[in-house]
Write a protein that binds this ligand. Structure first.
Ligand code: PGA
Length: 254
């Protein structure tokens, strides 16, 4: 069984003081938690502070996005090298908010994944269908296209250990979660797709997180599903108690 991975996506929230306070509470609350991997994804401007606070802890720190270029005239952008330089180990790529609000395409996402790997950052690749796509029975098609576009030309060595977050867009920030069965079914589909694209070993080495309105109440059932290896948590990661409760559920499910 894989170690579960619980990640908190703080999005564009919190003041610096709140972010620091939350990181300190997580550091204390997770003092001896070896059973699961935990990561937080603060806003760019807080990353260095949060990396410093969590440097002696087991909590990973990552960015919510990055630029695919190495360096240069890209006003307002942040490179993988910069993230690595300040102590980040992870990066979320292709979140649905980036795809829909900022028009990120699978090919942009693919170059970002390559740039992340080049800089030794572990990417969390987000995939997931919109409500109308689910209604039209296109979930598998959409997810398969996002996987093949996002991972184009990547070898099994490169994707081994990669994290994929299945986040149905209709469940993000809506309070509407996929049922554990619905989520497990898509996770199994993702695993099979990886098996046919690569091989069984590679597919088994990947962790597939579920994301979309995960909270301390529904975490137990979701994390108890055989194909769910963790969660990418938005809203509920902004409160230390609810995030720590989700981590405890992951420990119990392990
Ligand atoms: P949510 O966000 O938990 O607030 O639905 C999840 C995400 O967008 O990663």
């Amino acid at each position: 069984m894989k170690k579960q991975f619980i990640a908190g996506n703080w999005k564009m929230n919190l003041t610096l003081e709140e972010a620091r306070g939350l990181a300190k509470k997580l550091c204390d609350g997770l003092a001896d938690s070896e059973a699961v991997d935990v990561g937080v994804f603060p806003s760019f401007v807080y990353l260095k502070d949060i990396c410093d606070i969590l440097s002696d802890s087991k909590v990973f720190v990552g960015a919510q996005n990055m630029n695919r270029e190495k360096c240069g005239a890209f006003t307002g952008e942040v490179s993988g090298e910069m993230l690595r330089d300040i102590g980040c180990t992870h990066v979320i790529i292709g979140h649905s908010e980036r795809r829909t609000i900022y028009q990120e395409t699978d090919s942009m996402i693919n170059s970002k994944i390559k740039a992340a790997l080049f800089n030794d950052l572990s990417p969390i690749l987000c995939v997931g269908e919109k409500q109308e796509e689910r209604d039209a029975d296109k979930t598998r098609e959409v997810v398969e296209n996002q996987l093949s576009g996002g991972l184009e030309n990547l070898t099994s060595e490169q994707v081994k250990g990669l994290t994929i977050a299945y986040e149905p867009v209709w469940a993000i920030g809506t309070g509407k979660t996929a049922t554990p069965e619905q989520a497990n079914e898509v996770h199994a589909f993702i695993r099979n797709t990886m098996r046919s694209k690569y091989d069984n070993d590679t597919a088994q080495s990947m962790r597939i997180q579920y994301g979309g309105s995960v909270n301390s109440k529904n975490a137990k059932e979701l994390l108890g599903q055989p194909e769910i290896d963790g969660a990418l948590v938005g809203g509920a990661s902004l409160d230390s108690n609810s995030f720590l409760d989700i981590v405890s559920e992951a420990v119990r499910a392990s």
